[in-house]
Design a protein. Structure first.
Length: 66
């Protein structure tokens, strides 16, 4: 599954990259101020972004395949 991730330019975390996790495994670093296409491993059910000790809420994915 391919998704598109946008990270705005923000002053407070400009020196660090976010890590995007798929089912608990790191899949990509997300740089400041970019829109990035990400290929997730087949069957991914949950994604989450993390930076240092902070993280986003988990986002549950649903497949469109029957």
């Amino acid at each position: 599954m391919d998704i598109e991730v946008f990270r705005p330019k923000q002053f407070q975390d400009m020196a660090r990259d976010y890590k995007l996790f798929a089912d608990g495994r790191e899949v990509v670093l997300i740089k400041r101020g970019v829109t990035q296409s990400v290929s997730l491993p087949e069957g991914t059910q949950v994604i989450q972004a993390k930076i240092d000790w902070c993280s986003s809420a988990e986002v549950k994915l649903q497949s469109n395949h029957d």
